[in-house]
Each structure stands twice: as structure tokens, then as C-alpha cells.
Design a protein around this ligand. Structure first.
Ligand code: AP5
Length: 216
């Protein structure tokens, strides 16, 4: 199973990627975590990117692409899939990632789009700020991260829809319900992935399912 997450800050990329990784026994590659590790260890790379993270700006594409290329090498050597959390963030990254993955025969089976309202995302990230100490979880920087998401990341959703691998989920519900819906969808798709060629795939929109079962 090869999954990548496309979602705004606070939608649950990290939370749901951990569930997917545990369920399918695949590595969870999280670009934000990798970058924060460099900052914490005060590596040269960490010093170079710290300001970008603190301000909620994207770090240069080459840096994250190199990280993901190395993580894909490892996943490929282990003969496993992946769940990629935090990448791509713009169309250039999406295209470069596709090329890296294609070269390794590791293109994504599913681009999981977690949908949630900005007000809820801000509420979640401010709640996290009270418990943890991420330097980018201040209200100003959260708003900057969201604005950047809408401006440069959200447009890639259409690119994945056109490729037929987009699966959209309503992430406004409690995390356990979101997880159950994601795992159910991925399990249903799993046996088909090897048989349905990419050009024959179609986007799947599960965001209306809650209402169909009487959820408000
Ligand atoms: P990154 O670490 O990827 O941060 P982010 O995109 O801002 O996302 P978050 O980690 O804040 O949220 P999430 O969607 O993972 O939600 P989570 O599960 O944590 O990136 C950080 C920075 O690194 C970027 O700003 C950039 O500088 C740099 N960077 C990273 N990748 C890059 C790239 N490819 N290119 C360039 N720069 C890059 O949940 C959030 C909170 O909500 C938690 O407290 C959780 O418990 C709670 N929660 C989750 N789901 C629910 C739910 N359903 N209901 C209620 N609460 C929930």
C-alpha cells in the first residue's frame, strides 16, 4: 500500500498516517518530523531550515525531495510501501515526487485528501499549542500555514483527481471515525490496486457518507 496525504495543517495527516502505517505495516515518512529532528539535533540542515519552520514557510523543494528520495530508497529496499505525510506541498513537488516514485516503481496508489474547515483547524492547533511546544503553533503562524495551504497546496488536489487516485474524506469528525473510514476504504481498494491500471482509476469522494448514515 502506497499512500500520500494532501491536507491542511491540523486536518490529521500525522494522526491518520500513524494509523495507516500501523495497520498496513508500512513506514510513515513525515517530512515535517524529519525537518524538526534536524532542527532539534542542530545539524547544518536543521540550522538552514529552522527559520522557514518557525515562520510557517515552505523549505526549499530540493531539501525535502532529497529526504523523500532517501526514504523511498529505504522503503524499496525493505520491499514495502509507505505513507507519505507532508509532501507534496506544491505542484512542482507533486511532479518531482511522481518522477522519483516512477523511477523506483513506487508511485502512490492513493492520494488521501482530508477535508476540514479552517476554524476547526485553528481550534485544534491552538489546543495542541497548549500541550506541546511546536514553534509554529502560534495563531499568526497557524494562519500563515493555512493561507499557504490554500494558495499553493490545495490546487494539487485537482492534479490527483485527474490521475484518478484521489480519495476524499471528511476529517471534521472524531479521529477514530475518520480512521475507520480511511482503513475501510483502503482495505476495499487493496485487492484491486494491482489490477486496475492508473488510466482506468477514478477519484472517490467519501465526504458525504457521514450524512448518509445520519451523522450531523
Ligand atoms: P508539518 O509537520 O507537515 O505540519 P503541518 O502540515 O502544518 O501539519 P500539522 O503537523 O500541524 O497537522 P497534521 O495535519 O499532521 O495534523 P495532526 O495529526 O498533527 O510541516 C511543518 C513545516 O515543515 C511546514 O510548515 C514547512 O515549513 C515544513 N515542511 C514540511 N513538509 C514540507 C514540504 N514538503 N515542503 C516544504 N516545507 C515542508 O493533528 C493536529 C492536532 O489535531 C493534534 O493535536 C491531533 O490530536 C488533533 N486532531 C487530529 N485529528 C483530529 C480530529 N479528527 N478531531 C479532533 N482533533 C484531531
Amino acid at each position: 500500500m502506497r499512500v500520500l496525504m494532501v491536507a491542511p495543517p491540523g486536518a490529521g495527516k500525522g494522526t491518520q498516517s500513524a494509523v495507516i502505517a500501523a495497520h498496513f505495516d508500512i513506514p510513515h515518512i513525515a517530512t515535517g518530523d524529519l525537518l524538526r529532528e534536524h532542527v532539534a539535533q542542530r545539524t547544518d540542515l536543521g540550522r538552514a531550515v529552522q527559520e522557514h519552520l518557525d515562520r510557517g514557510e515552505l523549505v526549499p523543494d530540493d531539501i525535502v525531495l532529497d529526504m523523500v528520495r532517501a526514504a523511498f530508497d529505504q522503503a524499496k529496499a525493505d520491499g514495502r510501501g509507505y505513507v507519505l505525510d507532508g509532501m507534496p506541498r506544491n505542484l512542482a513537488q507533486a511532479r518531482a515526487l511522481y518522477k522519483i516514485a516512477k523511477d523506483q516503481d513506487m508511485t502512490a496508489d492513493v492520494a488521501l485528501h482530508l477535508q476540514a474547515d479552517d476554524d476547526e483547524l485553528i481550534r485544534r492547533l491552538l489546543a495542541r499549542a497548549a500541550l506541546e511546544h511546536r514553534t509554529d503553533d502560534t495563531e499568526d503562524v497557524i494562519r500563515r500555514r493555512l493561507a499557504l495551504y490554500h494558495a499553493v497546496t490545495a490546487p494539487i488536489v485537482d492534479w490527483y483527481a485527474a490521475r484518478g487516485i484521489l480519495v476524499s474524506v471528511d476529517a471534521m469528525r472524531p479521529k477514530e471515525r475518520v480512521a475507520r473510514q480511511i482503513l475501510t476504504a483502503l482495505e476495499a481498494m487493496r485487492p484491486l490496486l494491482d489490477y486496475v491500471p492508473e488510466h482506468a482509476r477514478r477519484p472517490i469522494d467519501l465526504t458525504g457518507l457521514g450524512a448518509a448514515f445520519g451523522e450531523t
